[in-house]
Design a protein around this ligand. Structure first.
Ligand SMILES: [Fe+2]
Length: 317
């Protein structure tokens, strides 16, 4: 059993190696988010990943920038998603800081949170309760002790997948959870609408894996979960974990014929590894009747991100 002392020592060592721990970023209000066709947006979402929040005031302030950036826009955001690795060491104080920001924000109606390996690696059960209690509160749902859930927002289904036990890096997705995904996708895509699925870990051999990160995939159930997703039309898989940045592998076509895609959201708190490496970068999503658009945004600085792979548009099948 790993005790607090070990964790404290580990935290101190890592902190000493991270000179940027206490940098507070300034948010610009000069270039607010503007949708491409505001009048016709059916659903809008802001998406980040890997806040890896340490128990430091600067980290809390920097996370709050994301919501301030959304508040600074005249566009309405229906949902905010974080694709896991909420807390850096999975400590109660880190979650306190993280959820204080979410509790205090007044700009997004619905918040979707999932656990990453940093949340699950030491104390899965305890942290799952912390996170799911908040999810239940934010979405007014019951998760019945599980780590995965779904929610319908403005007629669109969001499905959140998650490991079900303590893991070092990969996820454990039970047969029950795979069956749940299958049912949710069948129902959610029935009327031709896109469904959005979020999980911290991406599929094996996507987004440059394993070269970009030797052990960075979902794990044993990766192929099985992917096969379920590929059965349905217009499925958008949102994941994090890789800290890849905005590079040529940020987007992956999982199934061209059915319109099944995967997007690897860059890490929010730390510099990323490839391409545009800036921290604070995520994507926001505009859903229209016939298409879905993802656009990169630096939510930490309140800036658009320019260059390749910063805008994806998908015509619905
Ligand atoms: Fe991770």
């Amino acid at each position: 059993m790993i005790g607090e002392n070990f964790i404290d020592k580990y935290v101190k060592q890592i902190r000493a190696m991270s000179p940027k721990y206490d940098v507070v970023y300034e948010l610009s209000k000069d270039n607010p988010i503007i949708f491409e066709d505001s009048k016709n947006v059916k659903l809008s979402m802001a998406i980040i990943a890997d806040t890896h929040l340490p128990d430091r005031p600067a980290a809390e302030l920097n996370l709050a920038n994301c919501f301030e950036d959304l508040a600074n826009s005249e566009e309405k955001f229906d949902a905010w998603l974080i694709a896991g690795d909420v807390a850096d060491y999975g400590l109660a104080k880190e979650y306190e800081r993280f959820f204080r920001v979410l509790d205090n924000q007044k700009v997004v109606d619905k918040l979707f949170v999932t656990l990453g390996n940093h949340d699950a690696r030491f104390t899965f059960g305890k942290n799952n309760r912390i996170v799911m209690n908040k999810v239940e509160q934010y979405l007014n749902i019951k998760t019945h002790g599980k780590s995965y859930y779904s929610y319908d927002i403005k007629g669109y289904r969001l499905v959140v997948l998650c490991t079900e036990k303590r893991v070092l890096e990969k996820a454990y997705i039970s047969d029950e959870q795979i069956a749940f995904l299958d049912r949710e996708l069948a129902e959610g895509t029935e009327n031709g609408k896109p469904v959005f699925v979020m999980c911290h870990q991406p599929f094996a051999f996507t987004h440059g894996l394993p070269e970009v990160w030797k052990t960075g995939d979902m794990g044993e159930q990766s192929n099985e979960v992917r096969a379920v997703m590929e059965k349905y039309k217009n499925v958008f898989f949102i994941n994090g974990h890789l800290h890849g940045g905005i590079f040529e592998k940020v987007e992956e076509v999982l199934n061209e014929e059915n319109g099944v895609y995967s997007l690897s959201i860059p890490g929010y708190r730390k510099e990323n590894n490839f391409g545009i490496t800036d921290c604070g970068v995520g994507y926001y999503c505009e859903v229209y009747e016939d298409r879905v658009i993802f656009k990169a945004r630096n939510f930490l600085k309140g800036e658009y991100v320019h260059g390749d792979y910063t805008r994806f548009e998908y015509k619905l099948k």
